[in-house]
Every structure is written in structure tokens, then in C-alpha cells.
Design a protein around this ligand. Sequence first.
Ligand SMILES: NC(=O)c1ccc[n+]([C@@H]2O[C@H](COP(=O)([O-])OP(=O)(O)OC[C@H]3O[C@@H](n4cnc5c(N)ncnc54)[C@H](O)[C@@H]3O)[C@@H](O)[C@H]2O)c1
Length: 353
Amino acid sequence: MFARSVLRTATRQSLRPTTFFTAPAVTAPIQRATFKSSSRDNEPDVPVVSYHEGQRTEETLNVPKTGTGPVQSPVKDVQKVAIPLNPNVYSQLTPTLAKFTLQGKVAVVTGGGRGLGFNMAQALTEVGVRGIAIMDVQQELGDRSARELSEQTGVDVRFYRVDVRDGQAMGQTVQDVVDHFGELNILINAAGIADSNIKAETYDHEKFRRLLDINITGSFLVAQACGNAMIQSGKGGSIINIASMSGSVVNYPQEQSCYNASKAAVIQLTKSLAAEWARYGIRVNSISPGYMDTALNRVPALDAQKRIWVDNTPQKRLGAPDDLNNLAVYLASDGSAFMTGNNCIIDGGYTLW
Ligand SMILES: NC(=O)c1ccc[n+]([C@@H]2O[C@H](COP(=O)([O-])OP(=O)(O)OC[C@H]3O[C@@H](n4cnc5c(N)ncnc54)[C@H](O)[C@@H]3O)[C@@H](O)[C@H]2O)c1
């Protein structure tokens, strides 16, 4: 069953004076979205906020209930402003540079409310993407990120509050993306959580299962929904899973067996899907970041360990939130047309030692 209700359409002008978001490091005002609850029992809404040409639209997808998302604090990274490429430039690009652009493409970015996902979404808008669907469980972050991205670049950006563990909701959300944009060409699968400093001998069973459910089952459910849309289009596409160097090496000094196992699984899922879906023109690759300076790692308890991480990194720094951007663009673009099933480690050299 699928139903959509348009709740309100308003110009940006009329929204400005209403409510202000108070998260750190962000000064722009934001209308806090309110959504009608589902009229049917046990069927949660997937709120959708769309920003296009200065207009904000709220809608709701009603989908059968299968779970709820984790509660997280609305920490926001300091963002750079995305700058769209002047359309007049495309005709002047050399064949090599032209292959790096994504003119007219449509992308889904999970975990795009903040951090690495949002930064990669910004990068896509700088190289020609015409539509982006951000999917995240954090309402305020996702809504604000969609608005910022659309205001900065003029790109049609939609935000769906949806949990990657909910396969049914994900299927209908991706269908809505295709209905709205006409197609789907790129998936950046960045939603994920981390648990660290938990010894294997005392790891709580439910905690262990929950992390696997988000990091590996969630990655699969999103890839399945987007992969099906790409198969049905007959045009293929590019799927980029965000794994981790933790899928290839064991981190030191913190114990995090579950996270490491989950990311090893993401790498192997990437290879398996790449082999299965090559016949449909779908390429599937993974990015394995090293230690990155995002909210995920901005936890006081990790301060002492961060010094060890930096010491053990040949480049002597954590990765910046935008350090994956150009690799993501490359993997999404025809520049990497012959690359599939590859796991690209980008870690300042950490895994060399
Ligand atoms: N930060 C690092 O050092 C690092 C290193 C290697 C890999 N990674 C991976 O990169 C990805 C992004 O990490 P980040 O540092 O930007 O983290 P982050 O916490 O800043 O962003 C992750 C986003 O995913 C969303 N999310 C979490 N659970 C979700 C769910 N069930 N459904 C939908 N959305 C959900 C969060 O709300 C958040 O907006 C993760 O998969 C992470 O494991 C991060």
C-alpha cells in the first residue's frame, strides 16, 4: 500500500520568520517541519521535504511499519558552501574532464543529513547532478541539509526521513524518487553507526545485532531498492557503499569487533553485488575511509585515542569531512566506467603501517 499526502506548500519568504533551529555552528533559520500522523494504525509516515526553486513542499509517504530509527543528537558539521558548475562550461570541457561530470543525473544519498554523506551530496551538486534524495533518520538535520543544498546550488533536493533498516519503506521511498525525478542513476550508501571500546567478551547481544542491522542489512536493503530501480530503467547506474578501513584492518587501540565485522561485510557485499549486477550496467564499488573528523568521532571519550590514531597515520591528521568527495564523484561518473567491485581505501596512509 502506498499513499502520499501533500501537507503544505509555502514560499521561502513566508517560512523565514517562523521557527529557528538552534544546533551549533549553523546560523540559518529553519522551519521545523510538522507532519500529519498516519491515519492507519501501525503504518509510520516517511516525511518528505522538497526544496526547489525557492519553494518548500512537505509531503508524507505512508508505508507499513517495520521499525523505528535511532535517536541521535543533532550535531552538525561546519559545512563548506557547494558551488554549482556554470552550465555554459560543459560544452568547453575536454573529453577527459567531461567524463568526471554528472550532468542531469539523479542521486540517492543515505546518511546525507550530515557528515560524509552530506559532504558527498554537496560534491555531486557541484558537478551537474539535477536531483538528490537525502535519506536519514534525523529530521532536523535532513531537512536543513536539503534546504541548504538546494539554496546553494538550485538543485532539486528532497529529504526523506526513513530508516535504512526498513526495507518496505525503502522500496516505496525509492519508487517515489523515481516517480518524482523520472530516474535514479547514483546511490551513495553512507548511513551507518559505530560502536567502539566494547570488549568482545562482554558485547551486549542486542547492541551487536542492532549495529549489524544498520550497517550491513541496511546497506543491502538500500542497494536492493535502488538496484531494482536501476535494473528497471535499463540504464544501469553506480552504487557506492561507504565501508571503512575497519573492514580490512583491526583498529587500535579500541575494541570494536562488531563495527569491523560489519564493514568487512559491506566490502564483500559490494563485490557480490558488482558481480551479480554487471549484466545490468550497474557498477558497485566501496569507499573505505580511515579516521575522519566527523561528529561520529567527536566524542570526548575518544580524545585520547584520537592522538594515537593521528600518530599512526603517515599523513599525521584525521581526514577532513570533504576528503572523500572527489573519489565519490569519480566512482559515480563515467570516469570509472571499467571499475566495479573495487574497495578504495582513503585513509592518509593509516593501513600502510
Ligand atoms: N567518520 C569516520 O571516521 C568514518 C570512518 C570510516 C567509515 N565511516 C563510515 O562513513 C559513514 C558516514 O559516517 P559519518 O562519519 O559521516 O557519520 P555521521 O554520524 O556524521 O553520519 C551518519 C548519518 O547516518 C544517519 N543514520 C544512522 N543510522 C541510520 C539509519 N538507521 N537509517 C538512516 N540513516 C541513519 C545518521 O542520522 C547520520 O546523519 C558511516 O557508514 C561510517 O561508518 C566513517
